[in-house]
Design a protein around this ligand. Structure first.
Ligand SMILES: [Zn+2]
Ligand SMILES: [Zn+2]
Length: 446
């Protein structure tokens, strides 16, 4: 068993040099983040693994390795593959395999290759799968799933595509502007180069609007079909030197710490730059339960949102972050690999503009890519139930927050504080700068 410990120690040493990585994999507080413990069937951290080693719980290296890999995949599943936690675990996993490779020969020499102890840990004939061996040409092409990994971040299997001759991912020609005739195309990872993440569409208007597949808001790439948090209309405090000047509005750069529960949830349908180069997103809102009119007895999923046909043009600076809105079937099946669990919502219903009439959405217009490289399937489907009632005492916090806002005046109050006979909650205000403008007319140029 001491060999496991050696692999572990070497691995751990790496951690000590990279404390931030290690910290990322600490388990969250059970009381503060109960969601983590609902979603992750086997929460495990490094101190736990270490104590298992010390107490001799692991009878076989494979069991130790399984725990380590579960720890890595937990972080990716809960926080998303591109989150700091996801990146840290991918790095550590890579490092673990290198440590393992170095130790495994000594381990074999010590216990013998055929030893039952090594079952599952060291593959019998093949070498340790440390570095993924290059798959050449058409070999295995039929079995291996074609992977789409484009600079746009979208998985749509449409239009002309080109394959990286090294890592074999497929990319959209429209996005990469690659020459389809090129012999050995290499993706931006295999041949690092400067990439423009603002990807134009062949759509513009006479008024000088240029449409995009994706635009950047600072470092955040926002794509068509993304759902995002949008900052409500929050004025900055007036300039004391010049109090007469209309105070400016907060943007993602000025707002500081954001309370996501106070942001609007918004589906991006199109993006464009105007003649001056200002960036805008256009799309529709989702409402949270307390923003709708409903019978006090009505219950919702705890993280439910309702699609509402309120369309709006929003300056991109008001987009705060990405979030994920899934239909109930998808929600129960698993998660997009880049999703972060605290920011995943479920949407089953639509409401009308007045937020009074509820109806079931029969067809979801933005299906999630369910390919294994884009989607983590849960081992067991989630069982969900409508337990959340905004009028329950337990949910009072929502109401208080809403009232607080009215006091602060951050939402315009349209007077009749009693929203409806059935509901005492505040009706939703559409606040960001331009309200309900249609997007500029589209023109496709061939
Ligand atoms: Zn693309
Ligand atoms: Zn590549």
């Amino acid at each position: 068993m001491f060999r496991i410990f050696r692999i572990y120690l070497i691995f751990r040493n790496f951690n000590e040099r990279s404390q931030p990585f290690l910290n990322r994999l600490a388990l969250p507080n059970k009381k503060k983040v109960p969601l983590y413990y609902e979603r992750i069937p086997k929460p495990i951290d490094l101190p736990h693994i270490q104590s298992n080693i010390e107490q001799g719980t692991y009878k076989q290296p494979k069991v130790f390795e399984d725990d380590l890999l579960i720890m890595f995949s937990n972080a990716v599943k809960y926080y998303g593959i591109s989150s700091p936690e996801g990146v840290a675990s991918e790095k550590l996993k890579e490092h673990y395999y290198i440590c393992k490779q170095r130790q495994v020969e000594k381990l074999i020499a010590y216990v013998g290759e055929q030893n039952e102890l090594l079952r599952g840990f060291v593959p019998k004939t093949e070498p340790v799968p440390v570095v993924v061996t290059k798959k050449r040409g058409k070999f295995k092409q039929e079995q291996v799933e074609d992977i789409i990994r484009c600079i746009c971040g979208l998985f749509k299997d449409e239009g002309l595509m080109i394959q990286c001759s090294k890592c074999l991912v497929w990319q959209h020609i429209e996005c990469t502007k690659a020459d389809p005739a090129v012999e050995n195309y290499l993706c931006e990872k295999c041949e690092p180069r400067k990439v423009d993440y603002e990807i134009t569409l062949n759509e513009f208007t006479e008024e000088g609007y240029q449409y995009y597949i994706s635009l950047l808001r600072g470092n955040l790439q926002i794509r068509q079909t993304d759902t995002v948090y949008v900052l409500r209309d929050i004025p900055m405090s007036p300039d004391p030197n010049d109090p007469k000047v209309q105070p400016r509005k907060h943007t993602y750069e000025t707002i500081g710490k954001v309370d996501y529960a106070e942001c609007d949830i918004f589906r991006v349908e199109s993006l464009w730059k105007d003649k001056e180069g200002r960036r805008f997103v256009y799309g529709h809102h989702y409402l949270r339960p307390h923003e709708t009119y409903h019978e006090p007895t009505r219950r919702f999923y705890p993280n439910e949102v309702m699609r509402v046909p309120l369309y709006e043009v929003i300056p991109i600076e008001l987009v705060i972050d990405r979030c994920w809105v899934l239909d109930p079937t998808t929600f129960c099946k698993g998660r997009p690999v880049d999703s972060s669990e605290p920011h995943v919502y479920i949407c089953e219903l639509r409401v009308d503009k007045s937020a009074r009439l509820f109806s079931k959405i029969s067809r979801h217009t933005h299906p999630v890519c369910m390919k294994s490289y884009a989607f983590h399937k849960f081992e067991e489907k989630l069982k969900i139930s409508k337990t959340f009632a905004p009028h329950d005492l337990g949910s009072l916090a929502h109401l208080l927050a809403a009232k607080d806002n009215r006091k602060k005046g951050s939402k315009k109050d349209d007077s009749n504080s009693v929203a409806s006979s059935a509901s005492n909650t505040t009706p939703k205000k559409m606040t960001p700068v331009m309200q309900l403008l249609p997007p500029p007319p589209k023109k496709r140029v061939h």
